[in-house]
Design a protein around this ligand. Sequence first.
Ligand code: FAD
Length: 476
Amino acid sequence: MNATPTILWLRKDLRLDDHPALSWALERGGPVLPVFISDPRSEGAAADGDAARAWLHRSLKSLAGRLDALGGRLILRRGPSLETLLSLVRETGADAVAWNRRYEPDVIGRDSAVKKALLAAGVEVRSFNGSLLFAPNRVENKAGLPFRVFTPFWKHCLGQAVRPAIPYSLDRWPAHTGTVDSEPLDSLGLRPDVSWDAGLFRIWEPGEPAALARLDHFAGEIVSGYATNRDRPDLDGSSRLSPHLHWGEISPVRIFHRIRAADAGRGGEVFLSEIGWREFAHHLLFHFPDTIDQPLRPEFRSFPWETDAAVLRAWQRGQTGYPIVDAGMRQLWATGWMHNRVRMVVASFLVKHLLQPWQAGAAWFRDTLVDADLASNTLGWQWTAGCGADAAPYFRVFNPMLQGDRFDPEGAYVRKWVPELARLPSVWIQRPWEAPAAVLQEAGLELGHDYPAPLVDHAAARNRALAAYERIRQKG
Ligand code: FAD
């Protein structure tokens, strides 16, 4: 059995369960040194935004506590990654480094350089797929090309076996006995200077135990109704696993088998297809890395956006005068998360009603979502803007009032996040500007004073969006 230490380079896999790199290190034998290196500069567009970094702070704290309880110790360092790893190799005498791969373009570049340099220094390097059901470079269509349409992609994936979760038991951590310096968590600067994040963590609990508990709750109570309730922002109808998945506090393999075992019928299959959309997002980002800021469909490069900082700000602050849009944007600001149906509505509103570039919306989401993820965010915005793979056609403009009527029928979601509208009867809650003066007065609401009048007229904005689209269509 090997006795020299293995460095376990932790990144977006902050868990102990079903962890391929950890499993390899354990099997190899000898001490295992878990290390997290903060090195956002080397991650390019994949560097995390503020809300996700605040999550990371707490996730690392949770993981460090669990390792302590097992007799291990999480080493924290600040980058650059390669120099830090080489230094750790020198300090500990480690002769191997293992990690789970990331698939964002800049990170792939960095990791390849790290691998090459470590190998040149005589260190064994092993990397694994620990974040996806199917590694994106392993999935291709019959012509050997990447998929661009979700349904055949997911059908192809489901035709392959998902590996079982890796069985290993961890009663005691195989700890390194020598002294290794670790930086204090606070020195990584992950928490915001002004503690605007306190509200986020009244509702979220980062870390693997909470992720597994959430999966249990979802598999037991929610998944059977998922097919119908997932579109209702007023209900607890989805898993809320997205930030846990982003930080790898839970593995998609674990989720896949747990949901299959729950035998939840259509709810289970629809849910797994959403996990499939996450896979598809990584597949697209891997094969089309330019889509981070360029539309996949080239005709959209000349789209006549009407960039306007004040309009963007009204959207960001939830002050557009459209209740379902404002509710979503305020839910995002208060909780770092927004319901998927409402993400589609607010994104469509920004790019179509307000003609603001989708990249501006993606940047705001990146900074404010606790689950902000380069692959899923890029897919979500390109899909909504109509310029991505398998996207909603641009001419399908969501009507925010009808979306509200359909998916928030009693207006409970709007009432919660836009309390100034709370006393309006349901029939007017999605369209307060149409309410008779007496109804507004009864509800204690003066439009333009207590709540904004609509920033744009729906019908006029729709026509303007369609005209803009027609201009690029003719050119294309
Ligand atoms: P559930 O409905 O319970 O789904 C389970 C899991 O499947 C999610 O946790 C997520 O990992 C995955 N998933 C579900 N829907 C999608 C989807 N459309 N695309 C990719 N993966 C999906 N998701 C992110 O994780 N990070 C993002 O930055 C992000 N940005 C988005 C931006 C826009 C404009 C849109 C329309 C969607 C975006 N999504 C993003 C996808 C989706 O809204 C969230 O994953 C979902 O709302 C998370 O809630 P949940 O965990 O309860 O989802």
